[in-house]
Design a protein around this ligand. Structure first.
Ligand code: SPV
Ligand code: MN
Length: 649
């Protein structure tokens, strides 16, 4: 359940401004003439009240309205450089930004949903009651921008006018945050009022890094007020914690889809990309994967790349699934980005003419370096923890890597060679035919399988897992990652799941338009599939084969082998696809990849059933799909044993 505008609007409660008259007075007193003039196109009264409250709360020395003009964006770049948040690198348009060593990724334990008494929340998220959040904000946010400039920008999450696009305000004292916003989101200064009116809501985001010292980081908070669609972020700079246009507002959009747009919209942690099939036809895919599991690489493997992180869906009048990317840029992990796997991205990173904000990589002689780039690594430089040399260790004696695992590059998506910019900017969205769900699974599920119906498809999403890291190993060594979206689902998982079943079973789809739903897994290892060694059974570039087969399947050009878990590809249909990426595909490899390891799949079903049984009100469809799979798998095992090769299916 979610009730909008319930409880105190914290920004108003702390800022003290409640009427448009008070807001206008404050704006007239605090903004200089030029910035007042720039604010005049914004007439939305709620927006002006939000802005006025942010000003009275944060008390900046000055206020900069970002109209999105070339001059304003240049002002932001210069401000960030002047403040030392970014430094110029050797290549024109390249800068480096370092986050504090304590602030290199999403601060999961300091991230909270602000809720009202009695609201049911995701069991996988932290929440804080409104009254406690107000106490924190009253203690830490008043005066947080003293001595600084407050920058205010107006953005659209999606092409302006698109059915699922939602406008948002970003307020921050960080030049890096506003500079990133300009690369990642569509500035909609001129359209903000019309969009807020059309959609009936907008999001607000207030951030300040404060003094930005390591001592401040324990006080950092990332608060999302679900009821007022407003975020608060303090004492940090990492974009996933501060540029809350991204994951902060994604969370609100998940809420909005789940509680206010049932059967109408979905908001997912998915890439969007197109593949070119026979006779030049284009088929569009949207796919979920947990953070750091190759989502960006998969997206860029398509011929018509649209987005690498977020997707918002609706069903058009013709019953076609449509998707937009709420972003226009990439905040991508650079580790293991190299010529072999990511040629187009490398062209942007190592070529000329692309504006890039680097974060937390190694800088030597004003050139960025990162782990897995396929180049010769320098012996020393400066990275996220300061001076660095080969072999440097931390206080505990652990080696400090050359670049942080989560170091990133920020750039416009349109800079990528295969980006379908026209389509990405089209408010009509991309027509999506195939939905994929992938995790990081060493031993259980095959590289690709297709659900036989929408219920099975939703269950594939509900059952994503990723291999646990050293610090997160559970009993079975895997971590559940429902829809790869769980970190961004505020409400009860059961509500989100029900919205998924309703959406994908919608009668608005026809048999022809209902999307194909599939699982993908690139992470099977030899040792887990009857071979030896911990190496992967495939390569990064095989993704083109799995997507290529799904492209053919979606058009009925190939049939699958029907099994208890869904359709699997025929060997003969994969061979030509491997040929097209210049690879042989031995039948023995196919058997290793596509044999059903029945006990492992049964264990996985048990793990999921048990975890979901701890949640209230999980839709019965989930258990029905698991129960049927279980019966069918047990029968198969009786007949053919515990490991069933495709020839026996
Ligand atoms: C992710 O971690 O899924 C990201 C980066 O896309 S962040 O903005 O930190 O969420
Ligand atoms: Mn992400």
């Amino acid at each position: 359940m979610l009730e909008l505008k319930k409880g105190d609007d914290i920004l108003a409660a702390v800022g003290g401004i409640n009427t448009i008259g008070e807001a206008r007075d404050l704006i007239a007193r605090k903004l200089d003439d030029e910035n007042q003039k720039k604010l005049t196109p914004i007439k939305n009264e709620d927006a002006l009240i939000k802005i006025a409250n942010a000003i009275t709360m944060c008390t900046p020395d000055s206020i900069f309205i970002n109209s999105g003009s070339a001059a304003d964006v240049q002002w932001i770049r210069d401000y960030s450089l002047g403040k030392g948040e970014e430094k110029k690198l050797a290549k024109d348009g390249h800068t480096i930004h370092f986050d504090l060593p304590q602030d290199q990724a999403r601060l999961v334990n300091q991230t909270y949903y602000i809720i009202n008494e009695g609201e049911k929340m995701s069991s996988l998220a932290k929440s804080v009651l409104r009254a406690e959040a107000i106490d924190y904000i009253k203690e830490f946010m008043p005066g947080i921008m003293t001595g600084k400039t407050m920058m205010i920008g107006f953005y659209s999450r999606g092409p302006v006018g698109a059915e699922a696009a939602i406008p948002a305000i970003e307020i921050s004292s960080s030049g890096y945050v506003l500079h990133s916003a300009e690369l990642l989101y569509r500035n909609c200064y001129s359209d903000f009022d019309a969009e807020a009116e059309r959609v009936g809501l907008f999001y607000s985001n207030v951030h300040s890094e404060g003094n930005n010292t390591p001592e401040d980081v324990p006080n950092a908070r990332i608060f999302m007020d679900r009821s007022w669609m407003t975020t608060f972020s303090t004492f940090c700079t990492y974009a996933g914690n501060t540029l809350l246009l991204k994951k902060g507002n994604h969370r609100f959009t998940v809420d909005y889809a789940t509680y206010y747009q049932v059967e109408k919209q979905l908001s997912e942690h998915m890439f969007i990309t197109g593949m070119t099939g026979p006779d030049g036809r284009k088929t569009f895919f949207a796919g979920a994967a947990p953070s750091g599991c190759g989502k960006t690489t998969t997206a860029m493997a398509g011929t018509d790349f649209v987005g690498d992180d977020l997707a918002q869906f609706w069903i058009d009048k013709g019953g076609v699934l449509r998707a937009i990317n709420p972003e226009k840029g990439i905040f991508g992990i650079v580790e293991d980005v190299n010529r072999e796997g990511d040629p187009y991205l490398m062209d942007c990173l190592r070529g000329d003419g692309t504006e890039v904000i680097w974060s937390n990589v190694l800088i030597t002689d004003d050139v960025p370096h990162w782990i897995g780039n396929g180049e010769t690594a320098p012996d020393k430089g400066v990275n996220f923890q300061g001076e660095w040399h080969k072999g440097k260790t931390d206080e505990a004696g652990n080696p400090i890597p050359m670049s942080h695992k989560n170091s990133r590059c920020t750039l416009l998506a349109s800079e990528i060679e295969n980006h379908a910019t026209g389509l990405a900017e089209d408010p009509a969205g991309a027509p999506v035919k195939v939905i994929t769900y992938s995790g990081r699974d060493a031993d259980t599920m095959p590289p690709v399988w297709v659900a036989r119906n929408s219920d099975e498809g939703v269950v594939i999403g509900a059952s994503i897992v990723s291999k646990a890291t050293a610090t997160e190993i559970g009993a079975t060594g895997v971590r559940r990652q429902p829809w790869a979206n769980a970190p961004f689902i505020p409400g009860a998982l059961s509500d989100y799941m029900r919205a998924q079943f309703t959406f994908f079973n919608s009668a608005k789809f026809s048999d022809k338009t209902r999307p194909v739903m599939a699982g993908l897994n690139y992470f099977l290892t030899h040792v887990d599939r009857g071979g030896s060694g911990t190496g992967l059974l495939g390569e990064k570039k095989d993704v083109k084969v799995w997507l290529g087969w799904l492209e053919l399947f979606a058009h009925g050009d190939v049939k699958g082998i029907e099994t208890a878990i869904g359709f699997l590809p025929e060997y003969d249909d994969l061979v030509p696809l491997f040929k097209s990426i210049d690879k042989e595909y031995p039948k023995a490899l196919y058997d290793m990849q596509f044999a059903l390891y029945i006990d492992k799949i049964l264990d996985r079903i048990e793990l999921q059933k048990e975890a979901y049984s701890k949640e209230e009100d999980i839709p019965g469809e989930l258990y029905e799909v698991y129960a049927k799979q279980k019966v069918d798998l047990e029968q198969l095992k009786e007949k053919h044993g515990a490991i069933v090769t495709p020839d026996n299916l």
